[in-house]
Design a protein. Sequence first.
Length: 183
Amino acid sequence: MGLLKVTLCTGAALAAALTPAAHAAGDGGVSVTPSTPVPGTDVTLRVTDCAERTAVAASPAFVADVRLSGGDGTLVGAGRVRSTLPAGTYDVEITCGVTDRTVPLTVAGRSTAPAPARPSAPASPARDAEPGGGGAVHPSAADAGRARTAGPGAGHTTTGLVLAGAAAVAVALGGARRGREAG
């Protein structure tokens, strides 16, 4: 298996393992993360008890068939829910060798809350520019304080952990491959 495939599979597996919203869809050994996606969401599928190294998950809810890969009975893959999909429950059919499993996937509706109104741009600068500054407006102390308090959220942290784990696996596998080639 190529280094890129190993890295992608590892990243998908880490994302599935680190995301608390995994959902076991029935007793078929299939989990979907997030458990109730909205249209346009990327999902990670994890299938257990599959003796094959690859499988395919197909559903009218997905933009395209999801290719699953892995080993030791566990396969992982990622796909996207159609952005125009109405809320509802859709069947996902997983083909693992000659065995088919069908599990339900519940797609949530988009929020119907109105989008916040965007303020119109002022007709003139909000503050006076300093002379000789080329028209640049310096932020006030209040603006600078707001910028410093906004930090990364849980999504940023999870993404960082997944990417760091995938990079560590890629480096370890590359080092092992070089060691085998040198030896």
